[in-house]
Design a protein around this ligand. Structure first.
Ligand code: SAM
Length: 289
């Protein structure tokens, strides 16, 4: 699709809607939502309300989720094969970014139905743009697992990613997540972007440790994005931190050699230096295994 009016397009238009401020709906998205034969959305009531606030009367709304039954996807694909245009939206922001749409887009591509994006707001890019963190490379981790162990293991494994990390996180869980991070990389730069484009938009800048201290007593509301600056090699990794990582890896069944290899990759130090520490440690006690 070129820059002409979306109403001339036939196929699936993946259409971004605002993440807070209604003024962020693009003119192309507005045209598409007004002209699409069907608007496929997560929640017809939510999207119906959004459209009425935007002064748009939709032709037809249809519920779509990634767990929708195959016949729902087939119904939409058949409609597009028959010449109808479907606008896919999510509750807010860009569809498919931690939101439904993947199965529908891939079904369209398989059926050779044109798919076009109508770009607009997305919390990940908006947060990054105002974060002050390096943006030449970033890793988007979506939502973190809620369970402490899974969250910790994931955050530890992401230590090897040499770029800014971005997560969607509920403000209610921010302090708990930062607490886990204080164990892994307390001095890493951290930024929280909350309620972007809304009345109470706010940013918190600091290190993992300082943000944890700032936020632990607060009951924050709304929506938030949590970002970490790239981990400098050997940044704040004390010998004690390394010992703790080795002890955990041994308790998880790694040999000293494999544990040293894994930790060396995670923190960017030489394997032989980690191994020297590993062989100085006692075997894990049965309670640790
Ligand atoms: N598809 C959306 C997008 O493009 O950003 C994201 C949908 S995801 C289900 C919702 C999460 O995005 C929220 O829990 C929050 O982490 C983040 N988010 C959405 N709107 C936000 C806002 N206005 N300010 C901060 N974070 C926001």
């Amino acid at each position: 699709m070129s820059s002409d009016l979306p109403s001339s397009f036939k196929g699936l238009a993946v259409t971004a809607t605002p993440i807070g401020n209604l003024g962020d709906l693009t003119p192309r998205a507005r045209d598409m939502l007004a002209s699409a034969d069907i608007i496929a959305c997560e929640d017809t009531r939510h999207t119906g309300l959004l459209l009425s606030r935007l002064g748009i009367t939709p032709k037809k709304l249809a519920a779509y989720h990634d767990h929708s039954k195959d016949h729902v996807i087939k119904g939409l694909v058949d409609a597009m094969a028959g010449g109808k245009t479907v606008a896919l939206v999510s509750d807010a922001g860009t569809p498919l970014i931690s939101d439904p749409g993947y199965r529908l887009v891939s079904a369209c591509i398989k059926a050779k139905i044109p798919v076009t994006p109508l770009p607009g707001a997305s919390a990940v890019l908006s947060a990054l743009a105002a974060s002050g963190l390096p943006t030449d490379r970033f890793y988007f981790g979506g939502f973190l697992p809620q369970s402490g162990k899974k969250k910790r293991d994931l955050l530890e494994s992401l230590s090897v990613v040499p770029s800014t990390l971005v997560f969607y996180e509920s403000p209610k869980r921010l302090a708990a997540t930062l607490e886990v991070m204080t164990d892994l990389y307390p001095e890493r730069q951290a930024v929280v972007a909350r309620e972007l484009t809304k009345l109470h938009e706010s940013f918190y800048y600091g290190t993992v440790m300082s943000l944890y201290e700032d936020l632990k007593g607060q009951s924050l509301k709304g929506e938030a994005v949590l970002m970490l600056g790239p981990l400098e090699q050997d940044q704040n990794i004390s010998e004690d931190d390394i010992e703790q990582r080795i002890i955990r890896a041994l308790a998880d069944g790694y040999s000293r050699r494999d544990a040293s290899q894994m930790i060396a990759e995670q923190i960017g130090l030489a394997k032989k230096d980690i191994y020297k520490i590993a062989i100085s440690l006692p075997d894990p006690s049965p309670a640790d295994e």
